[in-house]
Design a protein around this ligand. Structure first.
Ligand SMILES: O=c1[nH]c(=O)c2ncn([C@@H]3O[C@H](COP(=O)(O)OP(=O)(O)OP(=O)(O)O)[C@@H](O)[C@H]3O)c2[nH]1
Ligand SMILES: [Mg+2]
Length: 197
């Protein structure tokens, strides 16, 4: 079976990619599968594109093989685009999903529904030896709920209601999420590369 290495340490992303790659018959491996753990790449960029490329290139050079990296986050209009590229560490260095989403809910307290618009952004970067990288962005528009609902997914999924849906991302199955998600939309744009693996 073909394999793609994803340069991530995030279990939630790995699960999304496993569901996304099923139809291509591709096995997903990630940094979590390596016997010798690699140090986390410091995300020093100020854009999703910069950080995705940084993660892809660093890991591709280290492992000497093609890798796919994902930099993603939530942009909330009423918060001028925050948490944005800082989504993973919004409430502190420990990267705690619960604390992050409660910080967002607190900041949006009293903001009416029609002003709670937001979008998930996912930038995928492919780095491969001796070839130019591929970088593509996917988004998913929606609104922020007043409280967390649902147990599936990860991150901010329990407080994000995609447009045209009555359910939050965390109430959808992985397959349902990925049909409409930022990650699914970005992956469609690199499908040619995926099929050639
Ligand atoms: O509810 C969510 N559903 C999603 O589908 C999703 N995708 C991203 N996010 C948030 O954005 C951060 C990424 O930050 P990020 O790209 O730096 O990843 P990370 O640091 O968690 O792992 P790595 O891939 O860098 O190893 C994550 O931690 C989450 O908080 C999501 N939240
Ligand atoms: Mg990260």
């Amino acid at each position: 079976m073909k394999e793609i290495m994803i340069a991530t340490q995030n279990k939630g992303k790995v699960k999304d990619f496993q569901s996304l790659f099923k139809k291509y018959d591709i096995k997903v491996t990630s940094l979590l599968d390596l016997t010798e753990p690699v140090e986390e790449v410091e995300e020093t960029g100020t854009t999703f594109e910069e950080n995705a490329l940084l993660k892809a290139e660093t890991i591709a050079n280290k492992l000497n093989m093609p890798v796919l990296a994902d930099d993603s986050g939530l942009e909330i209009d009423a918060l001028e685009g925050r948490p944005g590229v800082y989504s993973a560490r919004y409430a502190g260095e420990e990267k705690n999903d619960q604390k992050n989403l409660h910080k967002v809910l607190e900041e949006l307290r009293g903001v009416p529904e029609d002003q709670r618009s937001a979008r998930f952004v996912c930038v995928l970067a492919v780095s491969r030896p001796n070839q130019d990288p591929i970088i593509r962005r996917g988004t998913c528009e929606g609104t922020i709920t007043e409280g967390p609902i649902g147990d599936n997914g990860f991150g901010y999924d329990p407080i994000f209601k995609p447009e045209n849906s009555n359910l939050t991302m965390a109430q959808l199955t992985s397959d349902q999420k990925n049909l409409i998600s930022h990650r699914g939309n970005a992956l469609k744009k690199i499908e040619d590369w995926v099929k050639n693996q």
